[in-house]
Design a binder for this molecule. Structure first.
Ligand SMILES: *Cc1c(COP(=O)(O)O)cnc(C)c1O
Length: 355
């Protein structure tokens, strides 16, 4: 049976990405070798990483003066790499969820951290908006999409200090004005590739201002100087990332992705809002178009498990909410077809009709 994949990450990839990756596992670029066994120094792989980097620049309109890196270690590694490389004395962070607070925890190892606002007391159900960023902060860090709680900042915050964003779960879902940022990072396993690679887009000029010694592997300048090939990069995830980036280009670019994403999220939120049984958990104006979090209303709460089973019988996979929110989470990443959203909505409607 066809599965409708709503996993939060690792998560759905385009059929194009999976098919081309499968083909390259058997024969990579006509080399007669698998992409699993080819040298990262081969000219065929060099072409892959070069094209992937160029496509990130093209799709996101990355201006001159920025580098695009493909690093290992996951987005969580960036929680320490960012302050290692950028925090001189003080940094400001917005606490909008588990990932943001993990980033804060790491930054505290390197200097003073000003948490400008937090929605923790409301189980991160909204994005705080009333805060001021100290002008002497080395940078302001925020998480654009809170994967666990289903809230999202679909705008580039205004600030006079350097801007750093964790865009792991919504990169490529809206055009971003890169020139406002000094550093953006994103683990690949939400909207790009299998787990194992993290994209970093960094303004070159933002680096080199801290006095501490930075271990070679944790220094962005190492990876910039070597074109992400200081050591062996995650070859297979980068190959898959290239496939997804080509697919984005061929689908009409990021504007086209955003249009699709808005339509999918719009349909699902409409179904939730008009339902007698389900209700959303995130404040309406902050709702994410990538991760839609919802629960059953208190009077139906004991039916949550039944609905998961009901949906799973229709091929719907991965809608169980994160344990800190409960209920359901439907992740609607770029590769998810609108048909899957329609199948989920139909399952919700049919389930309600039987109870
Ligand atoms: C998944 C996720 C992370 C953690 O990514 P890893 O690659 O597992 O370290 C960090 N931030 C956000 C917003 C995420 O969604």
């Amino acid at each position: 049976m066809k599965k409708h994949n709503f996993y939060a990450g690792p998560s759905i990839l385009s059929e194009y990405t999976i098919k081309n990756t499968a083909d390259a596992i058997l024969d990579f670029a006509g080399t007669g070798l698998s992409v699993l066994e080819v040298s990262h120094r081969s000219k065929e792989f060099q072409a892959v990483i070069d094209e992937a980097s160029q496509l990130v620049k093209d799709l996101l309109n990355v201006p001159a003066g920025y580098s695009v890196l493909f690093l290992g270690g996951g987005a969580s590694m960036q929680f320490c790499m960012v302050p290692y490389n950028l925090l001189r004395k003080k940094a400001s962070y917005l606490d909008t969820g588990t990932w943001a607070s993990n980033a804060i925890k790491e930054a505290r190892l390197f200097g003073e951290v000003d948490v400008v606002a937090s929605s923790k007391d409301a189980n991160y159900s909204f994005i705080p908006k009333d805060y001021t960023i100290a002008p002497d902060s080395d940078y302001f860090h925020f998480t654009s999409n809170n994967t666990i709680y289903g809230t999202e900042m679909r705008y580039d915050p205004e600030t006079d200090v350097r801007l750093v964003a964790d865009m792991s779960s919504d990169i490529f879902s809206r055009p971003v004005d890169i020139s406002k940022y000094d550093l953006i990072y994103a683990g690949a396993q939400k909207n790009l590739a299998p787990a194992g690679v993290t994209i970093v887009i960094v303004r070159d000029e933002a680096l080199g201002h801290v006095e501490r010694a930075i271990p070679t592997m944790l220094n962005y300048q190492t990876h910039i100087a070597k074109g992400s090939m200081f050591n062996t990069p995650p070859v297979l995830p980068i190959f898959s990332a290239l496939q997804t980036l080509r697919w984005y280009r061929d689908m009409g670019g990021i504007e086209a992705m955003e249009k699709r994403d808005l339509e999918k999220a719009g349909l699902l939120y409409e179904a939730i809002d008009s339902s007698r049984m389900f209700t959303g958990t995130a404040r309406v104006e902050d709702r994410s178009i990538m991760n839609v979090c919802f629960v059953m209303k208190p009077e139906y709460k004991e039916l949550e498990k039944d609905f998961i089973d009901f949906a799973s019988a229709r091929g719907i996979v991965g809608i169980k909410g994160h344990r800190s929110v409960g209920g359901f989470r439907a992740s609607l990443y770029n590769a998810l077809p609108i048909e899957s959203v329609r199948v989920l909505i139909e399952a919700m409607n049919d389930f309600q009709a039987t109870r």
